[in-house]
Design a protein around this ligand. Structure first.
Ligand SMILES: O=P(O)(O)OC[C@H]1O[C@H](OP(=O)(O)OP(=O)(O)O)[C@H](O)[C@@H]1O
Ligand SMILES: O=C(O)c1cc(=O)[nH]c(=O)[nH]1
Length: 176
């Protein structure tokens, strides 16, 4: 299994951008991790998935990846975990099956929310609320990068424990 400091270095190298970025939360940041760069590299994505699989809480029945960046992560992760997968839209489709959560059934099951990057935690909290309305039992979320900007606390306030493969501190340390 790839060493975690080596993974942090690779993720930082391929995905870290500097400049001025508006984040999903509306915050302005001068550093951005373009998750699509580590998701577009199949070898790196598989190495990340292998390490994420170790962090899956016991008793998890379904992995639920969040649109859009969380979909590639959850698909790679499911190959290591051997668990069914749901693909969670930001909005339910207005036609066809009109589902918000595609794929595996979430109602009545212990669902782990899978995300690429957590900043404020807002998207995970919103999607968890929607999954719970569908009958899912959600008490954990798993992400590749926790930017350590309040996400853990926001999730805790919503009854979700966040597990992160890499923190902002890990990525900063990988620079030296
Ligand atoms: O913790 P938060 O403050 O909510 O921010 C993190 C969210 O923002 C990004 O999504 P984005 O809206 O860029 O969506 P995408 O995955 O569809 O590209 C990221 O993938 C998380 O979903
Ligand atoms: O908060 C965000 O929107 C965000 C931050 C980041 O570093 N990367 C990303 O894809 N989204």
């Amino acid at each position: 299994m790839t060493d975690s400091s080596d993974l942090a270095r690779q993720v930082r190298t391929v995905s870290r951008l500097t400049g001025e970025f508006t984040l999903r939360s509306g915050r302005i940041a001068n550093e951005y991790f373009d998750k699509y760069q580590f998701e577009a590299d199949p070898v790196l994505l598989d190495q990340l998935a292998e390490r994420l699989a170790v962090l899956i809480p016991e008793g998890t029945e379904v992995l639920a990846g969040l649109e859009m960046g969380g979909i590639a992560v959850v698909t790679a992760l499911a190959r290591h975990a051997g668990l069914p997968t749901a693909f969670v839209r930001k909005e339910a489709k207005k036609y066809g099956t009109a589902r918000l959560a595609e794929g595996a059934e979430v109602a009545g099951r212990r669902v782990l929310v899978v995300e690429d990057v957590v900043t404020s935690g807002g998207q995970v909290v919103i999607s968890t609320g929607e999954l719970r309305k569908l009958g899912a039992h959600v008490d954990h979320a798993l992400c590749v990068i926790d930017r350590q900007e309040g996400g853990t606390q926001a999730l805790a306030d919503a009854g979700i424990t966040l597990r992160a493969l890499l923190t902002r501190a890990d990525l900063d340390a990988a620079a030296s």
